[in-house]
Design a protein around this ligand. Structure first.
Ligand code: SF4
Length: 486
């Protein structure tokens, strides 16, 4: 295995925002000259190479610094198919080197004031603070762990600035507090819950949206409102969620990192909390590459979903903004995240899910599951990481409406696995003219298998424009009795 990983794809380094001192500029030049060819360094100003098995994560077109997105595959990046998923490579190598647990550390978003500048100067400054004598004695001491402790005393404060203080630990939410939402209350009470997704409208007309909320409300505990899926604008999740609150339904407000800065995200969630939203689902969001032209920024995001969770957990539990300011009346919410059982390698995904739980995720809503047996493998990996008593898992289901969408999901949707036998069943159903009925039966069969699995606490139905099927599915799956009518 080569130690160095020259940029698989050359990308220019970031440009510093302001002019630094001559010495710092000279050091930056040297650092870029050395690390450019060796690692494909983009001079992000906060080097993570030690944590990422010496592969620079800044090759990721989303700029993710905490692991792969839900669309990760062993073959290629879904945003840019001409390059491999760099996070898949990082995970693969970390596991081979036995350094996978290092991937659990929650790493900060870029400090844009440092982007384009060197990291070496910061390391030298920190080494001076630790002291040459202490470093030499730490590195030469034969006591177990002495070398890594010494290196950590130099590198950790550089990669984990005071405003972030990320770690690899699980930060349990305060269990003595009242549940923030009905969804949290029911999950805590051990009920098997159902949430369903409603697509926000593409205009300001809310008649259909209201109709859908009214129709679904009695059958589910919460209703998810997506946040511009496929990077295509629609009515905001915040507006739909507020409408649902006003109608007596409980929303899960989805917030995609893709469309927000760290400032905007905190502000929006504080505002949403004040308006009555109590379930927040943090997602990175589909890349702009999936959206229509003209495309927005495709090269980097201001933060990823793990960082969102970390920021929002601290906002609630430590009553602090990211910049350290204290909040007298902090928001209360139930924090969720997406999980993707069938993306790339289940071991890798489970590690990524652990990181999300450590950062603050209290519940997962998974990507579409169409293979109940293969789901066991992912649940086993989750169990091995001791996550089953730390997070509630709601399995994502999409009732298949026709063969065409099934085939599309099979070949085009990243992170979704459609077994051949389901594809075949839908193809035969198309010939017989009963696609919708077959799709419903497949969903009911899946629910029958999934609902008894250990570690599964509920379902998340993503009907994708076929919302009227939700009441039938919930009723015929025998789940209605667990959900009192509103
Ligand atoms: S993590 Fe940042 S500093 Fe380190 S190699 Fe990558 S771009 Fe360069």
């Amino acid at each position: 295995m080569p130690i160095f990983t020259p940029g698989r794809r050359w990308q220019p380094p970031f440009i510093p925002f302001k002019k630094d001192s001559f010495n710092r500029r000279a050091l930056a030049k040297i650092e870029a000259t050395v690390k450019g060819p060796l690692f494909g360094c983009r001079m992000c100003g906060n080097c993570l190479l030690q944590e990422t098995a010496f592969i620079c994560p800044m090759e990721c077109p989303k700029g993710l610094r905490n692991g792969p997105c839900g669309g990760s595959t062993p073959e290629k990046c879904y945003v840019d198919e001409t390059r491999p998923c760099i996070w898949y490579k990082i995970f693969e190598r970390s596991f081979k080197m036995g350094r996978e647990e290092m991937l659990l550390e929650v790493l900060p978003p870029l400090d844009w004031e440092k982007a384009g500048t060197e990291t070496w100067g910061d390391i030298v400054d920190q080494a001076k603070k630790v002291g040459v004598k202490t470093i030499i004695s730490g590195l030469t001491n034969r006591e177990e762990g002495s070398v890594s402790k010494t290196l950590d005393s130099i590198f950790r404060p550089v990669r984990q600035p005071n405003w972030w203080q990320g770690d690899s630990e699980y930060h349990a939410p305060n269990t003595s507090r009242e549940p923030a939402s009905e969804l949290e209350r029911r999950l805590k009470a051990g009920e098997f819950v159902v949430a369903a997704e409603v697509a926000p409208p593409i205009s300001i007309k809310t008649d259909k949206l209201k109709q859908n909320i009214e129709m679904i409300k009695p059958y589910v505990t919460a209703i998810n409102f997506t946040d511009n899926p496929s990077a295509t604008p629609r009515m905001s999740s915040l507006a739909c969620s507020k409408l649902a609150v006003d109608m007596g339904a409980e929303p899960v407000m989805q917030v995609a990192a893709r469309d927000r800065t760290r400032v905007g995200m905190q502000s929006e969630v504080i505002g949403a909390s004040a308006l009555g939203m109590r379930n927040i689902l943090c997602i990175t969001g589909d890349s702009m590459a999936l959206g229509p032209c003209p495309r927005g920024q495709m090269g980097i995001l201001d933060m990823d979903s793990v960082q969102m969770l970390w920021i929002l957990r601290r906002l609630r539990d430590e009553a602090k903004y990211l910049d350290g300011r204290e909040i007298k009346s902090p928001p209360q919410y139930f924090l969720g995240a997406a999980a993707s059982p069938f993306s790339s390698n289940m071991k890798f995904q489970a590690l990524r899910e652990e990181k999300k739980v450590n950062a603050g995720a209290q519940f997962f809503q998974t990507n579409v599951v169409l293979d109940a047996d293969a789901l066991d493998e992912w649940l086993n990996e989750i169990a091995k990481r001791n996550l089953l008593d730390k997070v509630y898992i709601m399995i994502g289901l999409t009732p298949l409406k026709n063969y065409k969408t099934t085939a599309y999901m099979h070949s085009k949707v990243p992170g979704v696995f459609v077994p051949e036998k389901i594809l075949k069943r839908m193809e035969i159903a198309k010939e017989k003219g009963n696609e919708q009925e077959e799709g419903v039966q497949i969903t009911l069969e899946l629910i029958e298998k999934i609902k008894t699995k250990q570690g599964v606490h509920g379902l998340h139905i993503m009907a994708v424009g076929w919302e009227e099927i939700v009441p039938r599915i919930v009723t015929e799956a025998g789940l209605i009795n667990t959900i009192p009518q509103a």
